[in-house]
Design a protein around this ligand. Structure first.
Ligand code: HPA
Ligand code: ZN
Length: 346
């Protein structure tokens, strides 16, 4: 739809809530709300070092990525049974539906669980069952992306891939997450090459805290189709030109960047700069239980802080469908629906 109809600024929040959108950067373990952590701890007889939901929530004061990851991995320790993985994903998918997320690609971190003795089958089957139910029950089309933990070795990533391959039909791609600095993408060159041969989609976190060089090697060595975060790319004009030319999607997570001190204030966020440079940027929640909000919270807070407009809203929602791993018929259907919602606001 061009041009975007004039939409009065006071209608922008409702438009942001109502527009259909895809979420492409959500770590499902990062959707575990403190209440669910406590409920699962009780159900499974797991001890957690916090006395109450409020005490746990008060621990969510992060200074950088690592300070968050330490608490995030501790929270995931309550997940033991297939039903636990299902219930976690189901809680997220209900929130997604409420935010008019019609398509979601969920990251999961199997190594966080297999290292504690939880079988791969338990993790994947629980998550996949929730994804399968979400289409008919919630109107959310959901799929899974397996992430390798980059602070571990490439050999361990190969072992993880091997363990997951019996369930190859239940995930659509692989990603790379955890501690970025000191663990450049090229550390995983061989395992990504193998995943590429297997026909899996490829994505990687790069340029969250790490340098633009990591975005270059994610593209040129790993050959990823999307960059997760990528906000450090604005420091490198040649990289910005490359991302624009090749229409490489960036899955940007504004409230995450704020909470992990990547930007001092939300009004300092460079989302507008990325969009103005013609990049295929999208808005996502990353770890919504830890960073203060789901999809619509990210949209509402970022638009309020940076003065983005209805035209940006349309671009971001459209980018989310362009950047997603869906077939073209579905993509057309979602964009048509987006156009209908915008037209209804005129
Ligand atoms: N960055 C890296 N690893 C992660 C993140 C993130 O934002 N969230 C969960 N694992
Ligand atoms: Zn992430």
């Amino acid at each position: 739809m061009t041009p975007i109809p004039h939409i009065p600024p006071e209608q922008l929040p409702e438009l942001l809530r109502r527009m259909p959108k895809a979420e492409l950067h959500i770590h499902i373990e990062g959707s575990l709300e403190p209440e669910l952590i406590f409920a699962l701890a009780q159900r499974n007889g797991v001890k957690i070092p916090y006395a109450s939901v409020n005490e746990l929530r008060r621990a969510y004061a992060f200074t950088n990525l690592q300070s968050f990851l330490d608490i995030y991995y501790a929270g995931a320790s309550v997940l033991l049974k297939e039903q636990d993985f299902h219930d976690m994903a189901w809680a997220y998918l209900q929130r997604a539906a409420a935010d008019n997320v019609v398509h979601a690609e969920l990251f999961f971190d199997p190594q966080t669980h297999t290292a504690r003795g939880v079988p791969m089958e338990t993790v994947i089957n629980g998550l996949h069952r929730a994804c399968t139910e979400a289409g008919p029950a919630l109107g959310v089309d959901a799929s899974l992306i397996l992430c390798f933990l980059r602070h571990l070795s490439e050999e361990e990533a190969f072992d993880t891939l091997e363990a997951a391959l019996p369930y190859r039909g239940k995930f659509i791609g692989v990603g790379l997450d955890s501690s970025e600095v000191g663990h450049p993408p090229e550390k995983f060159a061989r395992v990504f090459a193998r995943c590429r041969q297997l026909g899996l989609h490829l994505v990687a976190h790069a340029g969250e805290e790490g340098p633009p060089a990591y975005v270059w090697t994610a593209l040129d060595v790993l050959k990823v189709e999307r960059i997760d975060h990528g906000v450090q790319s604005t420091k490198d004009p040649a990289l910005m030109a490359r991302l624009a030319k090749d229409r490489v999607p960036l899955t940007v997570c504004p409230l995450s960047n704020l909470k992990l001190c990547v930007f001092p204030k939300l009004s300092d966020h460079n989302l507008r700069e990325l969009l103005d440079a013609g990049l295929l940027a999208t808005v996502n929640s990353d770890d919504p239980a830890y960073f203060g909000g789901y999809m619509n919270d990210n949209f509402l807070a970022t638009f309020a802080a940076t003065g983005l407009t209805a035209a940006h809203a349309y671009q971001l929602a459209r980018n989310s469908f362009e950047a997603s791993f869906i077939d073209s018929a579905r993509r057309t259907r979602y964009i048509d629906e987006l156009d209908r919602v915008f037209a209804s606001f005129v």
